[in-house]
Ligand binder design. Structure first.
Ligand code: NAG
Length: 357
């Protein structure tokens, strides 16, 4: 049992990790696709889902020269936490050399929520403490738990409560094991609803999540959030400008998130690479009580993956593509990004109905 760790020690530990992750001009590279999801990405470029191909792609990502100037943390899938590069160096060691904090996805994925309107809940609390202790030994310093809430399917009171409770238990257990928890209740983009409806649901979800975290004695100074931006549903005809997205999202955060929380690391959902960057930039046009940054997967990796195409001769160009996105989001974190000169490809939407990690 590790539950005797003094709270002040936890706070010190967490504060150090967060200061690194939430440092100016930097954000998180989410590269924690499960074996199955990584397989879908590889399939899109005609590669087989083998351990060797996953290793090749992850090696490419973590060894981009200078990545640490823009990326402060990388979320890994369990396989990668224990994986080496194609040259036999530990991936965790490469990240640390780059000044990037290694993190770990600890949830066990989504399953149907019995008794709900076709909604889901997130598994993974059983055995979490011992798994996390092992991840810490392996070099992980923060954790991620992603659950989802669907607007077209409700969300039901039950689904919202379950999502919040799971996140709160996970956050408490993570802090007790020395890992900074990233709290991620993703509000799915699916649906025809307008931005007002997303705003309303997000307020409910965050109220419940903070209530349950307080009930579970989670230290708010020792967490990071990974929220969805407040946008219209993917099939809504009224689109929103980056300024509108920023207005709604910052209004949501200021109503629901205490200033004790050090960092907000947005997910990109199905946004295009450029959209995700423009929206983040719009949110950093004025001072915020928290570090407002990114934790993107596809919005950082998409062009990189396509450029690579599984060919060794394209590795350098693919790495440059990743660095370009990392730099753009770094500027957006500082509120200094413009989309002039962005490739058309980076502006393409990536929304796929019911995508999963
Ligand atoms: C992912 O693949 C690795 C290697 O093939 C395997 O050891 C591991 O159990 C897999 N993980 C999951 C969750 O499927």
């Amino acid at each position: 049992m590790s539950s005797s760790r003094p709270r002040y020690m936890l706070l010190l530990l967490c504060t150090h990790v967060q200061k690194t992750i939430a440092s100016p001009g930097r954000g998180i590279l989410a590269m924690d696709e499960s074996n199955a999801t990584c397989g879908k990405r590889l399939d899109s470029i005609g590669l087989e889902n083998t351990e060797a191909n996953r290793q090749a792609f992850r090696t490419l990502l973590v060894s981009v020269p200078g990545l640490g100037n823009h990326i402060s943390g990388a979320i890994l899938f369990e396989e990668t936490l224990y994986q080496s590069t194609v040259d036999g160096k530990k991936i965790v060691d490469i990240l640390v050399e780059q000044g990037i904090v290694p993190g770990i996805k600890v949830d066990k994925g989504l399953v149907p929520l019995t008794g709900s309107n076709d909604e889901s809940w997130c598994q993974g609390l059983d055995g979490l403490a011992s798994r996390e202790a092992a991840y810490y030994q392996q070099g992980a310093r923060f954790a991620k738990w992603r659950t989802v809430v669907s607007i077209p399917n409700g969300p039901s009171e039950l689904a919202v409560k379950e999502a919040a409770w799971g996140l709160a238990r996970y956050a408490a257990i993570s802090q007790d094991n020395g890992l900074v928890p990233i709290v991620e209740p993703e509000i799915l983009l699916d649906g025809e609803h307008g931005i007002e409806r997303t705003f309303e649901v997000a307020q409910k979800v965050w109220a419940e999540t903070f209530y349950q975290m307080a009930q579970n004695n989670v230290m708010f100074e020792g967490i990071l959030l990974k929220p969805s931006m407040v946008t219209p549903g993917a099939e809504c005809k009224d689109r929103a400008t980056p300024e509108q997205v920023a207005d709604y999202t910052l209004k949501l955060l200021s109503r629901r998130v205490p200033p004790a929380v050090p960092g907000i690391m947005f997910l990109s959902g199905g946004q295009s690479e450029v959209e995700a960057t423009l929206n983040l930039n719009a949110m950093n046009q004025g001072p915020n009580p928290w570090h407002v940054s990114f934790s993107y997967a596809r919005a950082l990796q998409n062009t990189c993956l396509k450029t690579w195409g599984g060919r060794p001769e394209n590795v350098k160009a693919a790495q440059e593509a990743l660095l370009l996105r990392a730099k753009a989001n770094s500027l957006a974190q500082l509120g200094k990004y413009t989309s002039d000169g962005e490739a058309a490809e980076a502006k393409e939407g990536m929304f796929v109905k019911n995508y999963s990690y």
